[in-house]
Ligand binder design. Sequence first.
Ligand code: SF4
Length: 255
Amino acid sequence: MTGARATAKTRAKAKPGGRARATKKAAASAAGKRSKRGAPKANHAAAERKRAQDILRLLEAQYPDAHCALVHQDAFELLVATILSAQCTDVRVNMVTPALFARYPGPGPMAQADTAELEGLIRSTGFYHNKAKSLWGASRRIVAQFGGQVPATMEELLTLPGVARKTANVVLGNAFGKNEGVVVDTHVGRLAGRMGLSKETDPRKIETDLMALFPREKWTLLAHQLIFHGRQVCAARKPKCAECRLAELCPKVGV
Ligand code: SF4
């Protein structure tokens, strides 16, 4: 034992409560180290929220008329159009739905649809066999379980055949005015990655990241604004970074 160590030990022994004070000091020092380590993380999170706020402000200014591109009159029509929009453009869906809704005005008539006729009407949207099954199954369940009305909760919507979280978010946000989540389609997923808003590739995880960064009351519109930006500026193949108003806020991940 060195002389210095021996002296310190002797002092701690000599003073009543010396050991307790030493333990407190050690705990305080460890807490200090932990909070120092946590501080940069907290600062980073605050900076990211501020950046998200600024991005939102610019998106709102640039796309004040952002809206759902699927033409619909009510929740059922929006549900049908959204199911049809899988792997298909909204423009194509909007070409198909007028005749479809005229032939089957509501879940009752669609639940009674002849499969071949239904498939024929939606054929050009692709995957028409599966989509027809979903439309027919969802219509039947809406009639049998929900009194002919499209349900207005996430939990109930997810029980409909062909309806996953993205479709449910579209219906809840646009037909019922409920911000339950953020629609993450191909545009929103791509932009979230490029703008450094999420490092995830799974749509559900991207959605969770966006929900943490943006205020709830903005979720539905945010998705439309990102989709507008994805179509007009931040295209998949050739993003127009040089003329993008968000360029100063965007790390351009992978671009
Ligand atoms: S700067 Fe480029 S990558 Fe970033 S949002 Fe604009 S177009 Fe997309």
